[in-house]
Design a protein around this ligand. Structure first.
Ligand code: GAR
Length: 201
């Protein structure tokens, strides 16, 4: 089976990345991780990726200051160098410019810890609790120029309990992320592979 070469972008602990690396151990998984890229040199996920035998790279955003596009050009170089065909954002905490998003349009997905379109951006669990919502969850979506706005590929839901705080709710949502993201990434990779197969009209 032809597998799609994917790069996973992280900023931190990398538990979603690890869930995908675990799922990708089998040959019939449509995505083949070839690179884990972090914008933070101290991201714990880098060590995990190395332990899985995956190439890692760091592009620290700090030296680029406000020049986000220059930072992204450096990211893009690593992606090209590794012949990546798809980008999976897994806790990557930088907002991407239209320059980068357009290069990876229909080939980049993200996981977000809310039931989109509710609560794009930060502090999702706290906002769901404060709004009096009965349920929370996570969404995997295609990345478009608007932050957390692209079409949703898959979602998973959990109840919000009366004594929840943001931390307890996050702890209930996270295992759902780990179950959802590998499945949704596989679906997205299959969609991209199908498109690559179809002739240009
Ligand atoms: C996850 O909860 C993910 O949904 C969230 O960051 C966490 C990363 O954890 N992403 C966002 O908030 C993106 N806007 P991880 O590094 O252990 O996968």
């Amino acid at each position: 089976m032809t597998r799609l070469r994917v790069a996973i972008l992280i900023s931190g602990r990398g538990t979603n990345m690890q869930a995908i690396l675990d799922a990708a151990k089998v040959d019939d998984y449509a995505a083949k991780p070839v690179l884990v890229l972090s914008n933070r040199p101290d991201a714990a996920g880098l060590k995990i990726a190395s332990d899985y035998g995956i190439a890692t790279a760091v592009v620290d955003h700090k030296p680029f200051g406000k020049d986000r596009e220059a930072f992204e050009r450096a990211l893009h170089e690593h992606l090209v160098e590794h012949n990546a065909q798809m980008v999976i954002l897994a806790g990557f905490m930088r907002i991407l410019t239209p320059w980068f998003v357009s290069r990876w349009s229909q080939r980049m997905i993200n996981i977000h810890p809310s039931l989109l379109p509710k609560y794009p951006g930060l502090h999702t669990h706290q906002r769901a609790i404060e709004a009096g919502d009965q349920e929370a969850g996570c969404s995997v979506h295609w990345v478009t120029e608007g932050v957390d706005e692209g079409d949703v590929i898959a979602q998973s839901r959990v109840p919000i309990l009366s004594d929840d705080d943001a931390e307890s709710l996050a702890a209930r949502v996270l295992p759902e992320e780990h179950a959802l993201y590998p499945k949704a990434a596989n679906m997205a990779a299959k969609t991209i592979l199908e498109k690559l197969k179809s002739p240009i009209r």
